[in-house]
Ligand binder design. Structure first.
Ligand code: SF4
Length: 322
């Protein structure tokens, strides 16, 4: 068995654009365009980028909540992208998602107990008594109490609702959790509490995480490795420490320059990104970042830079050496 829990190869998701009176396909949005990476057991891989860069679509492709246009997703040596519906249902016990807006993913008409019990019923796990026992256990694991089981989602604060979202993800004893902007909707003080909780349960239950966020500052404290996406492509991927200390791609440098540094003696020059994020329906030629890159040279406008792997630090930029 491979040491990777998850391998992604050449993953693509192109959404067709329909137009004209007959609604024919007139183009496509390359939401995810040839993305490859792996995730080791027990680690956290952060995936970062501006909204519209394809990071959330990537998360959904991994669980096959949407179908890939091309490419492979392999989980524990089984190819998810080729599984039958029943195989897929089985593997979804092991892969769970935590969403940005827990309120939207928690049925407001159901009690917390019913909400948490649901994944166990779907997968045919346990008797009623066993399921209820697990609900109480998981509520305590996420810092709530068993008496919260009788309440409804609207009776909780945003932070508590996200704790319920995490408890729901834990119900089936998953191996991998894909967390899509899990703290973006929360106040900064609550963000830290939820991040700490996620780190604690990762150790307790030997979980592997894919942590998707738009903010490099949030991902920093939880990730072992970090990948940066821009217009559907993974443009840099490396150990978190190396990426934060020695970013190679100009886009990563610009994102990092906006992250506050805790030590006031350490100064980082602010690099302002000029221009809007181009539309993925009409991405720039060559390097997709060239319209916003202050280092752009002629070749950047024509040739797309391939990803170069420098001892585990991969970067897609013609000037990676400079
Ligand atoms: Fe900038 Fe060129 Fe590198 Fe793209 S390839 S990031 S345009 S220097």
């Amino acid at each position: 068995m491979s040491e990777w829990l998850l391998e992604v190869q050449g993953l693509k998701k192109y959404f067709p654009i329909a137009g004209g009176i007959f609604g024919r396909k007139i183009g496509e949005v390359k939401a995810v365009d040839d993305v490859s990476f792996y995730v080791k057991k027990g680690e956290t891989l952060g995936i970062v980028g501006e909204s519209g860069c394809g990071k959330s679509t990537t998360g959904r492709l991994l669980m096959r909540l949407i179908e890939a246009s091309e490419g492979k997703v392999v989980f524990e040596d089984q190819e998810i992208t080729r599984m039958s519906k029943s195989e897929l249902r089985k593997v979804r016990r092991d892969i769970q998602m935590v969403f940005q807006d827990p309120y939207a993913s928690l049925n407001p008409r159901h009690t917390v107990e019913t909400i948490l019990e649901e994944p166990l019923i779907v997968h045919g796990i346990g008797t009623k008594e066993e399921r209820r026992k697990r609900v109480r256990e998981m509520l305590e694991v996420v810092g709530l109490s068993s008496y919260h089981a009788r309440r409804y989602p609207h009776q909780f604060s945003g932070g508590q609702r996200q704790r319920i979202g995490i408890a729901k993800a834990l119900m089936t004893k998953p191996k991998l959790i894909i967390a899509d902007e899990p703290v973006s909707a929360l106040d900064v003080s609550i963000q830290a509490q939820v991040l700490n909780l996620m780190r604690d349960i990762q150790h307790e239950f030997q979980l592997t995480y894919i942590f998707i966020a738009h903010d490099l500052g949030v991902v920093r404290h939880i990730s072992d490795r970090v990948g940066v996406m821009y217009l559907g492509r993974l443009i840099e991927l490396s150990d978190a420490e190396l990426l934060y200390d020695q970013p190679k791609h100009p886009y990563t440098k610009a994102l990092l320059s906006a992250v506050p540094v805790p030590d006031p003696a350490m100064k980082r020059d602010r690099i302002t990104l000029t221009g809007e994020l181009p539309s993925p329906a009409n991405p720039p030629s060559g390097c997709a970042f060239h319209t916003r890159c202050s280092l752009c040279i002629d070749i950047c406008k024509i040739a797309r830079p391939e990803s170069v792997n420098l001892n585990g630090h991969s970067v897609a930029c013609h000037l990676y050496n400079e």
